[in-house]
Design a protein around this ligand. Structure first.
Ligand code: NDP
Ligand code: MG
Length: 370
């Protein structure tokens, strides 16, 4: 059997490192053609050597996107695992999809910003977008063999993050160290803060809207603190199908890279008898203002608003990580930027990129004066 030729973008990050473990455990199945990092040369070299990759690319160099696309085409790469963080990579996601190359996609910011543009290109080019985000991997798995017309609801589960029990009034005193401590998942710092504000779930609702072409009315969120059920689908006949597993990104990475086969993820399967109980709660939208903002933006279906929300959130989270603003400022920055948006939806990737820059600047101005 021919090995699958793969590339990993963002190999030095949290998802990237998990993917190195999965690929290394399946060296008979994968041939790693290239790996990328943004700045971390040492980590990049380490991953290159571990996976015996042919090329290592630093994406902070201006020519890197062209270089990556050339490698993909010259080496006939089958699938690219996209594990870079943030919206600045949206053009590269778009270009790889347009090129017709399958993507195992962890980066949610690109879909939130340019979901319909990317999905349209995928339709035209035949590129498959295989979700790596654990909730979307769960939905993808629950939908296998099903017909979309029979889906009545898709429910994304959320752990609720570290501040589920923290009273709203105490949100004023949350510091960076607390926000970076997630109860169940170990992740990069941006997404960990997003989980603490619950913007992560908001971004994921929008991600699901595009990845599965679902109307906002059919998308819902539930708090499930154990993070064992990764999402579930209710069908029109009253059946519910859920996907369960340990909270470990190596499982969804293995699902996406192995598809349509099932491969070794190195993750231990669940022992149901060790799982004393699975609990569920309604999210508190008064307390988690970021989730409420995202739910409202999702309903508008406007990509200008989605782009503005995502860009403002990203700037606000980076400002929070630099301790320039406090935790409770994050939703306020996003709301202020959204208040300034002229709803002019992007119809091309150039327009989408122009919107990102515009709303990043608006958010920077606000975080600068706070
Ligand atoms: P990390 O911050 O841990 O890693 C980010 C990776 O992207 C690093 O390899 C980094 O390189 C690289 N990178 C940073 N900036 C750029 C850039 N401008 N262009 C290209 N590459 C860049 O992030 P995570 O692994 O936590 O998350 C990655 C993506 O996956 C995010 O979009 C996140 O929302 C999503 N995701 C993450 C999950 C998780 O468990 N962590 C779960 C579900 C989704 P360098 O090290 O050189 O800086
Ligand atoms: Mg997720």
């Amino acid at each position: 059997m021919n090995k699958k030729k793969i590339g990993i973008i963002g190999v030095t990050g949290s998802v990237g490192s998990s993917s190195v473990e999965v690929v290394a455990a399946n060296s008979d199945l994968f041939d790693t053609v290239f790996v990328t990092a943004h700045q971390n040369m040492q980590g990049l070299e380490k991953a290159k050597n571990l996976l015996n990759a042919k090329y290592a690319v630093l994406t902070s160099s201006p020519e890197s996107s062209r270089q990556i696309l050339d490698i993909i085409n010259n080496e006939m790469v089958d699938i690219v695992l996209f594990a870079a963080a943030g919206v600045s990579v949206v053009r590269l996601v778009y270009d790889i999809v347009k090129n017709g190359t399958h993507i195992a996609l962890a980066n949610k910011e690109s879909i939130v910003t340019a979901g319909s543009l990317i999905m349209n290109e995928a339709k035209n080019s035949g590129a498959k977008i295989l979700p790596v985000d654990s909730e979307h991997s769960a939905i993808f798995q629950c939908l296998l063999g099903q017909q979309k017309q029979y889906v009545s609801k898709i429910t994304l589960t959320a752990s609720g993050g570290p501040f589920r029990h923290r009273p709203k009034e105490a949100f004023n005193y949350i510091n960076k160290k607390e926000a970076l401590k997630h109860p169940n998942w170990s992740m990069g710092s941006k997404i960990t803060v997003d989980s603490a504000t619950m913007m992560n779930k908001g971004l994921e609702l929008i991600e699901a809207r595009f990845l599965f072409d679902m109307k906002s009315e059919k998308l819902d969120v539930i708090i499930h603190p154990e993070s064992i059920i990764h999402s579930y689908i209710t069908f029109t006949d009253g059946s519910t199908i859920a996907q369960l597993g340990m909270p470990d990104m190596k499982t969804p990475i293995a699902v996406a890279l192995g598809y349509p086969d099932r491969i070794n993820s190195t993750v231990q399967p669940l022992n149901m008898w060790e799982q004393k109980s699975l609990t569920f709660f309604k999210p508190d939208l008064q307390k988690f203002k970021c989730l409420k903002i995202a739910v409202d933006v999702l309903k508008t279906d406007s990509n200008a608003l989605m782009t503005a929300m995502n860009a403002a959130n990203e700037q606000a989270v980076y400002a929070f990580l630099k301790e320039k603003i406090v935790f409770k400022d994050i939703p306020d920055v996003i709301e202020e930027v959204l208040g300034k948006v002229e709803i002019q939806d992007a119809e091309t990737i150039d327009e989408a990129e122009a919107n990102i820059i515009k709303y990043q600047k608006a958010a920077e101005e606000i975080t600068g004066r706070l």
